[in-house]
Design a protein around this ligand. Structure first.
Ligand code: URA
Ligand code: SF4
Length: 210
């Protein structure tokens, strides 16, 4: 299975990617989702923020990080002094994966297979946006970029080299920084501590962009 590749425009721009992703049948996740959620952000963004997959709200509204996790992420970016830094926000998987339970749609993490199927869209976004740095939010995004042995706890908050051998893009990012996923902070029983750690990691991003 070649995943999403047949649907990705050969000369990607963000508007072209947004239009084309709605036709994607690269894996089965399109079937139960409302729509695909392509990344979004201001033109010329030097920073890319990479999450896992759209959540319930993102699935309904068609934009990344517009629900509770996005709000926490905005708060953390502001606390780290990054509120005014143009950032492109996206996810490694573009359709919402969930289970039905008690009349609700309950988030279910994408499998490694879904992540691999959806990777051509991320490559297109890297080509179109060409960010200087990428922040991976949580284990799914980190493993999508750095491979299955990646662990957030082992490498968070430090500048890592972009794995240029794994992603063939014309102008690869210069660096990568891993941190926790805002949804994990929301679910945490020590939310204040985990939020402070997220802010501390993002403060490193500010130095890397300076
Ligand atoms: N969680 C994510 O990883 N991405 C979103 O867009 C929203 C919640
Ligand atoms: Fe295509 Fe990705 Fe959606 Fe699967 S999750 S159908 S690969 S856009």
């Amino acid at each position: 299975n070649e995943g999403a590749a047949p649907w990705v425009p050969s000369r990607p721009t963000v508007p072209a990617l947004k239009a084309a992703v709605q036709e994607c049948r690269g894996c089965e996740l399109y079937r139960d989702a409302t729509q695909a959620v392509m990344g979004d952000g201001p033109a010329g963004a030097r920073l890319m923020l990479l999450g896992e997959q759209p959540g319930d709200r993102e699935d309904r509204e068609g934009l990344p990080f517009v629900g509770p996790a996005g709000r926490l992420l905005d708060d953390a970016l502001a606390a780290a002094g990054l509120a005014d830094v143009p950032a492109y926000r996206t996810n490694v998987v573009k359709h919402f994966r969930y289970e039905r339970g008690a009349g609700k749609r309950i988030h279910k993490s994408p499998s490694r297979w879904h992540v691999a199927a959806c990777e051509p869209w991320l490559l297109g976004e890297l080509e179109a946006v060409s960010p200087v740095g990428v922040v991976v939010l949580g284990a799914t995004a980190g493993q999508a970029v750095l491979g299955p042995s990646f662990r957030v706890g082992a490498s968070r908050g430090a500048r890592l080299d972009w794995p240029a051998d794994r992603f063939a893009v014309t102008r690869p990012p210069q660096w990568l920084l891993a941190t926790t996923h805002p949804s994990a902070v929301l679910r945490s029983r020590q939310r204040d501590t985990d939020f402070a750690a997220l802010v501390a990691d993002l403060a490193v991003v500010r130095q890397l962009l300076a």
